[in-house]
Design a protein around this ligand. Structure first.
Ligand code: F6R
Length: 361
């Protein structure tokens, strides 16, 4: 069942180029995006995205995409908070629920809370027969295949892909993107399986770095723009399987508090493609280095040539056009968690205290 891999998590990380390719073929056709016509964003003033855990971080990345590609105001929240805070739900809005299992109790309750109040409830799920898929007005599959490892990996990147395609449709529906711009973004998405193969090739190098990361008490992840929620996801993945305390921060927030934690014992993982925000992130990274923090820079060739000097280590990712880098950089984040957990000898597929499907609130 593990197809020669030691753990389901390793298998599921490695499968991503293939499953993402399947999802791409389903959602992108030669003549454009393949999404139901009823999913039309032109008369919508707001999108509310609700989920838990890793699925919430997928929503958090998607907020950047819906805003920048479609000019659509977005609200995101974790399901356990959303339903208790009496959020206004305008009729001219969609509410979108992301869940791998489709059975998460808080997400299901949030969906029930929204039904009938918004124009449409939409589920983005991996299990098409699940409660959340059945109860939503419209259910979209992420097509990741069965995910066994408790730590979500391929479901996360496939959630991101489904949300990216939706953001492109929203951009077209709302006249925020023209056909040529949308086609360019679709071509970027189509490059991802190949780029993911190159990202997976850093696995051995990550395993070597992980031997040292496994000694740390605390590890920070930094990112900016759509890479910020990816920093949160990297920290979640690491803590859930290696039990090392980890936090993700927006790079610019560092100086507002967390920098007090930095000394030579704290590794800081900076997820930063060479995008328009790169220089700002590098200056935050240099603040860490000035305090002897141990920086691991994850970036592309341009990033390596301009900023890798003086870091503890760097990982070289292939170049990917904005704004879809989080889909690619998820892989080194997953591999860092996986190899660090292996170095510590923890049970990566069945971490303590965690269940694959959380059906209690
Ligand atoms: C993290 C993880 C959890 C789930 C969360 C939501 O690796 O697996 O944080 O993402 O429990 O689960 P679903 O997506 O099934 O609603």
């Amino acid at each position: 069942e593990k197809a020669g891999y030691k753990h389901f998590m390793a298998k599921e990380i490695a499968e991503q180029p293939v499953v993402l390719g399947d999802a791409l073929r389903h959602y992108l056709k030669a003549d454009g995006v393949n999404l139901p016509e009823e999913l039309n964003f032109s008369d919508i003033d707001r999108l509310t995205l609700v989920a838990c855990g890793t699925a919430f971080y997928a929503c958090s990345v998607a907020k950047y995409w819906f805003e920048s590609l479609a000019g659509l105001p977005c609200e995101i929240d974790v399901a356990s908070e959303f339903r208790y805070r009496e959020p206004p739900l305008p009729q001219r809005s969609f509410a979108l629920f992301v869940s791998q299992s489709g059975e998460t109790a808080d997400t299901l309750a949030a969906l029930r809370h929204c039904k009938g109040k918004v124009a449409r409830t939409i589920a983005v799920v991996n299990v098409p027969t699940s409660s959340i898929a059945r109860e939503a007005d419209l259910a979209l599959p992420i097509l990741a295949g069965i995910e066994v490892g408790v730590a979500s990996t391929k479901a996360f990147t496939c959630q991101l892909l489904a949300l990216a395609v939706m953001a492109l449709k929203a951009g077209l529906d709302r006249g925020h993107l023209n056909a040529a711009q949308a086609a360019a973004h679709m071509n970027t998405l189509r490059t991802l399986p190949g780029l993911m193969n190159a990202a997976l090739a850093t696995s051995d190098e990550i395993a070597r770095l992980a031997a040292q990361l496994a000694e740390a008490q605390d590890i920070l992840f930094l990112g900016r723009g759509p890479m910020y929620p990816l920093a949160l996801e990297g920290a979640l993945k690491l803590k859930e399987i290696s039990y090392i305390h980890a936090e993700g921060y927006a790079s610019g927030e560092l100086k507002h508090g967390p920098i007090a934690l930095i000394d030579r014992s704290v590794p800081v993982i900076v997820m930063a493609p060479h995008d328009k925000l790169f220089d700002k992130t590098v200056s935050n990274m240099q603040e860490v280095m000035a305090r002897q923090g141990k920086v691991l820079l994850v970036t592309d060739a341009k990033g390596v040539s301009t900023a890798a000097e003086g870091t503890w280590a760097h990982l070289h990712m292939p170049e990917v056009a904005e704004p879809f880098a989080p889909i690619l950089y998820a892989l080194p984040a997953q591999l860092l968690a996986y190899h660090t957990a292996i170095a510590k000898g923890t049970d990566v597929d069945q971490p303590r205290n965690l269940a694959k499907s959380v059906t209690v609130e």
